[in-house]
Design a protein around this ligand. Structure first.
Ligand SMILES: Cc1ncc(COP(=O)(O)O)c(C=O)c1O
Length: 389
């Protein structure tokens, strides 16, 4: 009997375009400004803490929802920064990166047929997350150039079928930082329809031009209906460590812990120990991080503008979304392929951030979490772009 050998779920989404661009970058020896991982070293002190943890034989399973020293450090950090009480034994689950935190949360709160509101353009994982958890995504557009949403469109997306809304601030790919007013409007809709806010705040320390991060959990009445997701990946330049977490009310945390336990058991124990050390770095570490990224942002903005791109200047996170209409290519994928193979610079086609590919055909995303030498090399290569198109 001939039966499909793979699930319908797995057939409903494609391989990550971002990772595909990274592979193409390797093939063509291109400068990789596609996937958002730093190419500079992580802080010495936390690398040493990771080595020390292994040598001290922290090498067996940690408690499934997270080693106590890390949960204590995360809870203390969140309460210190935002004044929201977090109980490390009740409100926290340590996961394998915010990627696992998001899918565990979705599987813990969504039943098949429930609707989940997602802003578009979106970080590409949220689409498959919705499919895997059985949710029906309802997309609400963030409109360029400032990536504002239309409050009427948002209101229309909510109904009694809405189980949750996913928010990502500071935002990948747009660099938008949601304002307090916007979050208050979202909060009112969550309260009206009994929905949960799932908020991915992994770029919360990477802000420019005085932009201020407002966590959804600090909005009046929202701590009890918000799951805040974060990780060490971006803040400490350790995307390969796979240590992230959720913070939320006890009943939802219990459900997340069960899903998490059976999906992964737990994040790497020695790296959890090192993550606790990372969270004890002084405030100056975070100031320097944001200042370094602001310098890189300004540099890549100049490089891209001189090469003929129209740039949407980000206020947070480490990506620049660009408009590529002026280059006259049929679509974003054709242009991205040209850029990687002929010019030697990899970027991500805009269509990977939209449900309908056509919505992203005039866009391309570059990241700037890169060493000066990497940005220099990109500059040299992109200078050839005008001549070649
Ligand atoms: C918005 C957003 N969320 C989550 C992730 C993945 O984070 P982690 O490494 O913690 O799984 C990324 C990585 O690029 C991201 O941009």
């Amino acid at each position: 009997m001939s039966r499909p050998r793979t699930s319908q779920k797995a057939s409903r989404f494609t391989e990550s375009v971002i990772r595909e661009m990274t592979r193409l970058a390797q093939k063509h020896n291109a400068v990789n400004l596609s996937q958002g991982f730093p190419d500079f070293p992580a802080p010495e002190v936390i690398k040493r803490a990771a080595c020390d943890a292994i040598l001290a034989d922290i090498n067996q399973y940690a408690v499934t929802w997270g080693a106590k020293p890390l949960r204590d450090a995360i809870a203390a950090d969140f309460t210190r920064r935002w004044g929201v009480p977090v109980h490390p034994d009740e409100h926290l689950t340590v996961c394998c990166g915010s990627t696992e935190a998001m899918i565990s949360t979705m599987m813990a709160i969504v039943d098949p047929g429930d609707e989940v509101v997602v802003f578009e353009p979106f970080y590409e994982n949220y689409g498959p997350d919705a499919i895997l958890s059985g949710a029906t995504p309802k997309f609400v557009r963030l409109h360029s150039p400032d990536w504002a949403f239309d409050p009427r469109e948002l209101e229309a997306a909510f109904s009694n079928k809405t189980r949750a809304i996913i928010i990502n601030t500071p935002n990948n790919p747009t660099g938008k930082v949601f304002s307090r007013e916007e979050l208050e409007l979202i909060a009112r809709l969550c309260q009206k329809w009994g929905a949960i806010a799932v908020t991915d705040e992994i770029y919360d320390h990477i802000l420019y031009d005085g932009a201020v991060h407002v966590p959804m959990a600090t909005i009046d009445g929202m701590a009890d209906r918000t799951i805040t997701i974060n990780s060490v990946s971006k803040t400490f330049s350790v995307t390969g460590w796979r240590v992230g977490w959720t913070i939320g009310p006890a009943d939802i945390t219990n459900a997340i812990r069960k899903v998490h336990d059976f999906l992964t058991v737990g994040a790497a124990a020695p790296l959890q120990a090192a993550a606790a050390v990372a969270l004890s770095l002084p405030v100056s570490y975070y100031r320097d991080l944001a200042a370094d990224y602001e310098r890189r942002r300004d540099r890549l903005m100049k490089i891209l503008e001189s090469a003929g791109f129209v740039c949407y200047e980000p206020r947070g996170a480490y990506y620049i979304m660009t408009d590529i209409s002026a280059f006259g290519f049929p679509d974003d994928v054709a242009f991205a392929r040209h850029l990687v193979s002929e010019i030697g610079v990899a970027a991500v086609p805009g269509s990977s951030f939209y449900r309908e590919a056509a919505s992203g055909h005039t866009k391309l995303r570059f990241c700037f979490c890169k060493k000066d030498e990497t940005l220099d090399a990109a500059e040299t290569r992109l200078a050839a772009l005008r001549a070649k198109v």
